[in-house]
Design a protein around this ligand. Structure first.
Ligand code: TLP
Length: 342
């Protein structure tokens, strides 16, 4: 199978498996797992933050960040297409009890003007707005990058208005590699940053939440609250360390492959695609052949040994990663061409 559903399908490398087998471990709820402590310190340092917290998933990292930044009943400003709002099973409402104030991020970028328009004056009728959530790269926007300069404008606005900024940086290293700008230059403009080890970086499990010492202390309690206190999880953190030490630079290959795939798809009649949005490892395209909806298209693709995901009844997402090379993309392009010709 050629699996283009997500970069989450990547398998741990042999080096990771060896490091996992040999990891030094302890009870992390007591802060005694040396491998987790090392991973948390490394992640924090790479983001230019004081402290880090190893969490099970990106979803847990975002939830724990919201729990640590807010109180139930607060409002958070968040993109209508963000993973935090759109794809985390409503955890922000159900488990953190916060109210999402949705702003436009259809392009994958949040404009400072949109945040500004969502600010509320002090008024007895209004909830307390506490947090702005950003996502970089933006998954539903097609892996689009928000530059540090764009993030800075929002961060300054947030600071002027006493709001914190949380960055869902699940794929922040994709943004860093694609722009040549260090991840900490993006992280500079957020109070907390979550990033994933188990996407393009190929670790089997885990994400890191980073921020100030005081924020991470609160996040550690919130992680315990949601059942995320782990014990000898250094066996997982060991793979995370390899991910950070040796899997980042190769993301450039995924980006070049996504570009190659997108350029090939763009030449096919029956597909429309915004090439300027293909900046990292995600390719989203629309099916414009009458009568061909995404469900049917994906079923035909699967019959040809290729997996992808739909984003809407007429749009499809393909994600490149370590197990996808030029040969797999050539096969995919040929399969798509055949389906469009049927
Ligand atoms: N995204 C997954 C799916 O959940 C859609 C994917 O295949 O892209 N933030 C962003 C921007 C993400 O894309 C994801 C995962 C998460 C957070 C959550 O990470 P996990 O899956 O570790 O909970």
């Amino acid at each position: 199978m050629i699996d283009l559903r997500s970069d989450t399908v990547t398998l741990p490398t042999e080096t990771m498996r060896q490091a996992m087998a040999q990891a030094e471990v302890g009870d992390d709820v007591y802060g005694e797992d040396p491998t987790i402590n090392r991973l948390e310190a490394l992640g924090a340092q790479m983001m230019g933050k004081e402290a880090g917290l190893f969490v099970v998933s990106g979803t847990m990292g975002n939830l724990v960040a919201i729990l640590a930044h807010t109180h139930a009943g607060d409002e958070i400003i968040v993109g209508a297409n963000s993973h935090t709002y759109y794809c985390e099973t409503g955890g922000l409402a159900m488990l953190a009890g916060v109210m999402p104030r949705l702003i436009d991020d259809e392009s994958g970028i949040i404009e400072p003007a949109a945040v500004k328009a969502a600010l509320r004056p002090k008024d007895i009728h209004f909830p307390q707005t506490r947090l702005v959530c950003l996502e970089n790269t933006h998954a539903r926007g097609g892996g689009v990058i928000t530059t540090p300069a764009q993030m800075r404008d929002i961060y300054e606005l947030a600071q002027e208005n006493n709001l914190k900024v949380h960055l869902d940086g699940a794929r922040i290293f994709n943004a860093a590699v694609a722009t040549g700008i260090a991840a900490k230059e993006f992280a500079r403009y957020a109070d907390s940053v979550m990033f994933c080890l188990a996407k393009g970086l190929s670790a089997p499990v885990g994400s890191l939440l980073t921020g100030s010492k005081e924020f991470i202390e609160r996040a550690r309690i919130a992680r315990k609250l949601v059942g995320g206190g782990m014990r000898q999880a250094g066996v997982l953190a060991a793979a995370g360390i390899i991910a950070l030490e040796s899997m980042i630079e190769r993301l450039a290959e995924d980006h070049a492959n996504a570009r190659y795939l997108a350029e090939g798809l763009a030449t096919l009649k029956g597909i429309s695609l915004q090439l300027e949005r293909v900046q990292t490892n995600i390719v989203i395209f629309n099916l414009i052949k009458p009568g061909l909806e995404a469900g049917k298209f994906l079923a035909s693709l699967k019959q040809k040994g290729i997996l992808a995901n739909s984003m809407s009844p007429t749009s499809v997402r393909m994600v490149t990663h370590r197990h996808i090379g030029r040969a797999e993309i050539d096969l995919t392009l040929a399969a798509v061409e055949e389906i469009l010709a049927e």
